[in-house]
Design a protein around this ligand. Sequence first.
Ligand code: FAD
Length: 434
Amino acid sequence: MKTESKKEYDLIVIGAGSGGLAAAQRAAEHKQRVAIIEMGQLGGTCVNRGCIPKKIYWYAAEFAYDLKHSNTLGFETNDFKHNWQTLQQASKQYIKKLNDMYRKNLSQKNIEIITGNASFQSSKEISVGGVLLTAKQIIIACGATPVVPDIPGAEFGITSDDFFELKNKPNKTIIVGSGYVAVELAGILNALGSDTKIVARKNSILRKFDQSIQSSVIDYLVESGVEVSLNTDVLSVKENNNQLLVQTNNKDHTSVDALLWAIGRKPLVSDLGLERTQVTKDKNNFILVDQYQTTKDPNICAIGDVVGNHELTPVAIAAGRILSDRLFSDKEKEWLEYKNIPTVIFAHPPVGTVGMSEEEARAVYGNKVKIYEANFVSLRHSLIGVSSKAMVKLVCLGKEEIVIGCHIVGQGADELLQGFAVAIKMGAQKKDLD
Ligand code: FAD
């Protein structure tokens, strides 16, 4: 490799997403000379094509839902219209504000932003656009990217990244997948008036979550008009006159405007030059780290989605901050505990969940597990004629009935969860919640 110059730092961070930004800024607070390398926009997935635009579109969907049902309480909103491009502009403007804010914060902390694609030359050397950078410590925070399957015509589909770039709302959409991204984007499209179908390969959706969450969310989706097709595999996609013909194993030949792949995410590691380091990966290419986020190469740590453990923004941020505290301050023994991490699914209504599902708890503790579950139609839904049920479930352990899982589907579950998560982390018993 031909290099033009060589620059030295205490820390180089690859990737300016949730994890990388947090690690870089905390290291700079500890007076380290830091460079952060980013090949795209500052803020990474969460800010540019994940949590932030998703939440903005979710708010739009919630407004649409309220408008649609508000005539029950006397509002005359039968002919309301929605402008997709206005929504997209609002989202882009907000994202731009965050991009600028990150740039300002980094520069105030004297962190050097280097634009380009980083590649390891050795354990302590990174090349970017012909420049060689060296540091005692390197953090990989490269994130992940959507998976597209290897089937004929897969390229006609879009991913969640492309969803936020759509100039117009598709009138008819198939979303392939069963995880939270599939459920959230289906809810948004449906509420904003797209004829929406979820196609899932197995016999349920949200299969990593408690069974009661799965059934409650399916009920709400179906009642709101989303078709949910289970045990269904997409075999091929063909394009004809701006329409996609989607063939499945159920001999379906559905014609749609858009097909969205939401079948999982893979770590962004293929161009990193890891073969020139001692870093190792698992069978799905996620980087292997110990509890201190250190790879098999002592100079290199990894955080966030690229290690494939609870792929969420607050987790990446916490891992980044704790790691920089450990590396550059006297908190040498600090590490992030990946346990009881609360998660929200922005469905309609939202889902809040923390701790073990009933199935996980029974597999570990057998008949020491006791379940408390309530299902009911909320007053709000009852008023507007929705019959799907909200759900609250506590998974409790032993005679003391320590709460080891809490699962909620219903209006406000997203915010409500936070208090329960704190209580569970503090070891709450069922009687405390009574
Ligand atoms: P990222 O944020 O992905 O950042 C990695 C950065 O590294 C990227 O900017 C990339 O361009 C850069 N990069 C990669 N390789 C290189 C290279 N070789 N050289 C230079 N730069 C490189 N999480 C939540 O907590 N709540 C939510 O509501 C939520 N919603 C989501 C919705 C969607 C649709 C998606 C896709 C994700 C969502 N997430 C959500 C997950 C969240 O976005 C991620 O967990 C988080 O962004 C991970 O942060 P990270 O720092 O590991 O990676």
